[in-house]
Each structure stands twice: as C-alpha cells, then as structure tokens.
Design a protein around this ligand. Sequence first.
Ligand code: PEP
Length: 262
Amino acid sequence: MSKRTPIIAGNWKMNLNYTESVHLVQGLYWQLRDATYDYNAGEVLVIPPFVDIRSVQVLVESDELPIKYGAQDISTHDSGAYTGEVSGSMIKALGASYVLVGHSERRQYHAEDCPDILIGKIKQALKNELTPIFCVGENLEIREAGTYKEHILKQVSDVLQVFSGKEIANFVIAYEPIWAIGTGKTATAADAQEIAFEIRKLILEKSGDEVADSVRIQYGGSAKSSNAADIMAGADVDGLLVGGASLEAEEFSKIVRIATKA
Ligand code: PEP
C-alpha cells in the first residue's frame, strides 16, 4: 500500500454558476458526512470555474469544510495588461491550494501545448504556493499508432526538466488519455497503471526514489463510481481527476469513497 495520500479531484470545466457551485459543494459535504467519510483516507478537491471560487471559499471557510479547491488555469504573468487572464496571486488570495496546468482542453482549444507556456504556468503556481496538477495524455491517433508511451513521457520530461527534485516532489501529475475524456470510454486499469508506472520511473531516473515516491499520479478520463475501484487498484495510481461525474454530489461522493476505500 502506497504512503501517498490519494487525491480525488472534480474538474467542473465550464459548468455551474456561483449559486450552483455552493449547492454542489454543500451536497458533496453532506453526502460524505452521512457516509462518515474519513478525510484522512484521501483529499477531496473541487476545481470550479474562476467566477465560482469566491463562493466556494466563503462556504468552505465559514463552515470549516474539509474540502479543498483549486483553479482550472493560471496566467504565466504576475499582473498587468493581460485581458482575461487570472494570476497566481489572485488564485492564492482566494484560499485555493491547487491549479490545473496543461489540461488537454486548454492545450487543444487555447494553444497551450507548448512546454514554455506550461513551464511558465507551473512556475507561477509554485511562486504562489499552489500545487500544480500537471495533465498529460495522448489522443486516439497516437494511441492507435502505438507511440503513446513516448509521447506522454516527452510531455512530462519537456516540462519537468527545468524543475528541481524538491519542487517535483509536491507535484500531482494527471494521466488523461484524450480519447477517454468526456467520451464514456475509459482506459483499462492496466492502461492507467502502465502509464503511471512509466511516469514514476522517469521521475525516479531524473530525481531519485524519494521524489518519485512522493509524486502523486492521477488517472482522468470518464472515471465514475463503477470503474473507480478498478482504476485505483494500480500501485502507481494515487487518485482520480473526474470531469462529468464530479458535477453530481451523490456520484462524486461515491467515487471519493470507493477510490479511497473509506
Ligand atoms: C477531465 O475533464 O479532466 C475529465 C477527465 O473529464 P471526464 O471525467 O468527463 O472524462
């Protein structure tokens, strides 16, 4: 059994306004409370749209909920004339602890696939004491061509090469095969474990076993309560990044409990 604390995160994408965000976080908390969920078994994290974060913060802080929250993106800049961007210090000021970097939807629709941009975002996250959840994964064409392992490891090493072992030790890396995101198709538990193992091996070669043992690796791509146990059985899989199934309190709370066995 791994010493790493599992992390189950709900990426809401561009769903739910600020009132709906309060409803969902309350619902999630109540579901987990009714099931006497032990938060020591695994971190529970929601990743709402920027405009919802303040409402989530007020709820979490005023009711002292043990639920964490993060942002879906972060600017590479500190501040200034960057219309539409949100800085790390702004996210930190809202009490957030995590930030997604390199989600496939940002890579694909917002031209954020280049290592320099991803490195810039992770640097801003670290500067503002936010933990990056760095997402990698292959599309269907690459999967079918059989070159997915090289592709994913290149995505990881192109970005990690500029960070020290000490920095990397706190990263969360999410393996998200693009062909499984929002499609209902899930990678098999063996697929998830294969890539999580390869990523950990790469980190071990770069930064040693202590760092490799600390990094948490999530799987994401149509994760739900019916496949959570299977996927989490992989020795190198430390959590789930859940999209669609995190928008419903009962289902997401089930995923949390099944994935953490609590
Ligand atoms: C995601 O958005 O990161 C994701 C994994 O989505 P879904 O669970 O809906 O496939």
